[in-house]
Design a protein around this ligand. Sequence first.
Ligand code: AMP
Length: 287
Amino acid sequence: MPKHQIPFARTVANLRAQVDAWHAANKTVALVPTMGALHTGHLSLVKLAETHADHVVVSIFVNPTQFAANEDLGTYPRDEVGDVEKLSAHKVDLIYAPTPEEMYPEGFSTTIAVNGISDGLCGSSRPHFFGGVATVVAKLFLQCRPDVAVFGEKDYQQLLVIRRMARDLDLPVNVIGAPIVREPDGLAMSSRNAYLSEVDRKTAPKLNELLRSAANLLAEGRATSKVIPNLKKRLSEAGFDVDYLEVRHAETLAPLDIIGKTPTRLFAAAILGKTRLIDNVVVPAPR
Ligand code: AMP
């Protein structure tokens, strides 16, 4: 698509005026929520959104409530000019980039908790995280009223949390998952990869490489109790400080010890230098 100038909305009122006009014309709307610093992974969500709705809205908002005080809110990469440039080569009809004050007016005091599915994995190491994510995404859904919203499987637990929230709260939006986009060496694309030092960037793809080989061993019938500790050891030797490595049901996130026919994924979070990396891979069904 030739580059084009994309309109901006900075307020809920301007966003709604546009989306209401589309809906009044019987057009459907897809929302792609992001925190900016866009890369090819984000753009793949935009492309998928295009195939599911007449109009695409991309939101860019670095959400303060999903960062703990000791996390990287202040240094999180921001590049609005670059983001607009990247999006302008795609069929994006509106960029919604509210200010923190527009999203969280003085006295804001509501939090959405999606219990159960938010526990464990990233919910254990970042206890504040899913409350912040669910709250801002609920707001984005209510502000934009999209027919469809697209989230990446890179943040797999987040995708399931949002899907559960939409179902539980009867939010009339179809939540679609998009496959993980990787660098040619296998590293899952992430805005936070920009934090990696040159040396760590060379080590980082090991996370996916070792996860994939562990998933294959599990599919061959090797015991989880052997494969996971061995994976942890190999990651530690490669320089990762492992946060979690877990085998879980791909739809419920229930922990799994025995690999059977149920859809299964292997989830990992590990710190490399100053960067926390997450990844997940499918565990193929045993043959
Ligand atoms: P973020 O800007 O990191 O909050 O991500 C915004 C959306 O893009 C989320 O739904 C992410 O899961 C998705 N996303 C980020 N990186 C990737 C990737 N490498 N592949 C697919 N989706 C991604």
